[in-house]
Design a protein around this ligand. Structure first.
Ligand SMILES: Cc1cc2nc3c(=O)[nH]c(=O)nc-3n(C[C@H](O)[C@H](O)[C@H](O)COP(=O)(O)OP(=O)(O)OC[C@H]3O[C@@H](n4cnc5c(N)ncnc54)[C@H](O)[C@@H]3O)c2cc1C
Length: 282
């Protein structure tokens, strides 16, 4: 049995992290299921008393989400409309008990291909803030997520926040998730779309990301380029072509065959864009 440490300040937590290998524990909703049937042998660094890592607040540059913000915190936070994709994802992570315990940083650090937090944050252009006794650094989320269960978080680092840049007032965003049933399900495919328009409804900037169809959720840059300048109006989903999905590499697994996943991703992307067009017209 290893040691168990639950510091009350970030400095103490970072010193403990620097002192040697330890298992970091936040909400525990990925940590414990990965250890079913065996004792926790590692030294454990429990972050749950680090109140300075909680909280969601607007900054001059956008929104700063503390690493320990839970999905329930996110769903309840008064965030701008461009964060709707993230709020919709928050309501689809497990059930209410999981949403009350699971944190945004835990979701990203666990780096599951099916992490529901990744597509909305990638589409929004979010960054991850990391700290260690050596100092702090910020990485674009796309550089933080390296592969299935692999991140750029060094062994002496903790994620301290997720930084979401501001989008314009005419921005809409959404999140669609497909699983084997409607609720309480791990994604077969999920899509986040963030679209900013000018006063005439022409798309000036957008981010589209797909999860669970590659080792790491992927942005679709060719689709984003094809959408630029188009009107966000009914029919916009027809822009989506198979070539736009080239960054994806779906696999066969217990949840779905690769071909179904790829097809589902294309359908969800088109639906997400149509949904945003419909909301804009309403
Ligand atoms: C029944 C059930 C249903 C679920 N459904 C979904 C779902 O629908 N969608 C989905 O995406 N996920 C789902 N999950 C997975 C999980 O709930 C989420 O990924 C959650 O956000 C993990 O957060 P946590 O705080 O519990 O992480 P923890 O389990 O505490 O930690 C996860 C990993 O991240 C590391 N870590 C945590 N915080 C930090 C930090 N600040 N710095 C560095 N490393 C850190 C830990 O060391 C660990 O490796 C489900 C889990 C369960 C048990």
């Amino acid at each position: 049995m290893g040691s168990y440490l639950r510091p009350r300040g970030l400095d103490a937590a970072l010193r403990a992290r620097a002192a040697g290998p330890c298992a970091v524990l936040a909400g525990g909703t990925d940590f414990y299921p990965a250890r079913v049937g065996r004792a926790v042998e590692e030294d454990v660094l429990d972050l749950s008393a680090l109140d300075e890592l909680r909280g969601i607040r607007a900054t001059g540059q956008g929104v700063r989400i503390g690493a320990l913000a839970t999905w329930a915190d996110l769903a309840a936070a008064p965030l701008p409309a461009w964060c709707d994709a993230l709020k919709l994802a928050a309501r689809e992570v497990g059930g209410v008990q999981i949403q009350n315990a699971g944190t945004i940083a835990g979701n990203l650090c666990n780096a599951s291909p099916a992490a529901d937090g990744a597509p909305p944050l990638l589409a929004l252009g979010a960054a991850v803030e990391l700290a260690s006794v050596r100092g702090a650094r910020t990485l674009p989320l796309g550089d933080f997520l390296l592969g299935n269960r692999r991140t750029a978080c060094a062994s002496d680092e903790l994620v301290t926040a997720v930084l979401v840049p501001a989008w314009g007032a005419r921005t809409r965003s959404t999140f669609l998730k497909l699983g084997a049933r409607r609720y309480l399900v791990i994604s077969i495919a999920m899509v986040a779309a963030v679209v900013e328009t000018d006063a005439q409804g022409a798309i000036t900037r957008c981010g589209v990301a797909v999860g669970a169809c590659s080792a790491v959720a992927q942005r679709l840059p060719a689709l984003e380029a094809a959408l630029a300048g188009r009107r966000l109006a009914a029919g916009v989903g027809a822009v989506v072509s198979p070539a736009h999905l080239a960054p994806l590499a779906p696999i066969d697994d217990v949840r779905a065959p690769a071909a179904y996943r790829g097809d589902a991703a294309a359908t969800l992307v088109a639906r997400a864009l149509e949904k945003l067009a419909h909301e804009q017209a309403a």
